[in-house]
Design a binder for this molecule. Sequence first.
Ligand SMILES: [Zn+2]
Length: 531
Amino acid sequence: MARERLYLFDTTLRDGAQTNGVDFTLNDKLAIARMLADLGIDYVEGGYPGANLTDTELFADERKLATTFTAFGMTRRPGRSTSNDPGLAALLDAKADAICFVAKSWDYHVRVALETSPEENLASIRDSVRSAKAKGREVLLDCEHFFDGYKADPQFALACAKAAYDEGARWVVLCDTNGGALPHEVERIVGEVVKVIPGDHVGIHAHNDTEQAVANSLAAVRAGARQIQGTLNGLGERCGNANLVSIIPTLKLKAEFADRFEIGVSDVQLAKLAHASHTLDEMLNRAPDRHAPYVGESAFATKAGIHASAIMKEPATYEHVPPERIGNRRKLLVSDQAGKSNVLAELDRIGLKVDKDDPRIARLLEVVKEREAIGYAYEAADASFELLARRVLGKVPNYFDVEKFDVNVEQRENAVGKRVTVSLAVVKVKVGGETLISAAEGNGPVNALDLALRKDLGKYQSYISALELTDYRVRILNGGTEAVTRVLIESTDELGERWTTVGVSPNIIDASFQALMDSIVYKLVRSGAPA
Ligand SMILES: [Zn+2]
């Protein structure tokens, strides 16, 4: 049986750009648009030309993207003609394949926010769609507050949608702008809409204010909608938009959807999804959510020993989909509860071949347990685990020794009489027969120590030149006789590899130093640096 086509519309660059703290440059936008096109997303909404300089520039040139590149904007203002509305003119001039208009569909908003009549609102929709069609653009209409509008006055909400469809809009998109609708409501209301407008012209735009944006999107598809709007990683104002990173694998891998629908994302593109999700986080300079469905580092992580041995035999026993389909991987956690099978599986994954009866396995398990008892957390720090394992197995060269370090924090008045805190670190390292001394200033003691440590490692410098710290987390653990500090450091390199290391000590500088050292040594091991 032929499968029906479902279309994906990404609005990371428009609605997603409303997220607190997110500020895309023109280059960011182009890079993300290309990444979305590479993933096989049908529509990429780039922004709102005329609303800000970046978006105006974005649509000033032909971008030649392998997707339907879409500009967003308002329908003509009430009381004006289409030829006398500068906002509409800017939108119609945008170098875009499609135009997505937003219009009111809630009578209450029309009266209170727009201060116009229902008839004028409908006329504005018709005129705007017609003028964009005349410009040769594909047209979409976002019906703002559609679900609230439908609950208040179904006839008016439907009339707004129908006006756009009758005028030739390719898609009429039902927006849950407040994000308060629930899946059963969405399914019922979309079911009513598709009696009036064919489902293959109906889209859903859900917000996540009740954490059901993904469920609402799927409910709309079940009821007949054939376009889903959303963002990468659920970016968007307040609680975000529907997360395409969760929706795409569900459509591709869950039989209810996969058997009935086809999307523009191929199997090969699906396997790039985890990478795309992490790349966006990197551009936003934030650590990926390790618990993100499908793509998070913990999405396919298993803790207990008994599960680990079953997973090794038959992964389907504990996994709802195979992690590699989305470009993720299986991870067996080494922890307090870890059995021998966990350790063996983890050694296998990191490529350390050890016989299962090797006595060093028991020794490694013992060391892991001892260290976890004093605060180390290896399930969050797989690079430190790998180093520990390699050390127990005698496979880590002694690249360099830190003979001593000195970290100094000073608060004083600067030249203009302002109080400043300055940190200075000096590190003395022995590499081969050579003694190297480096000093660096930093915005804090750990930053200064990191900079000094990585400033000059002699013959190893080229291996670590692209190493970067991307996340630094501190936790105070109150166990035993005194509080200890656990530091987790996440690093990345020129290949986009990420790894996390851990340090534990009553002294935060000392804990940070351990984690920094592990990160550098791990990078040297991974790069195959000679001893
Ligand atoms: Zn929205």
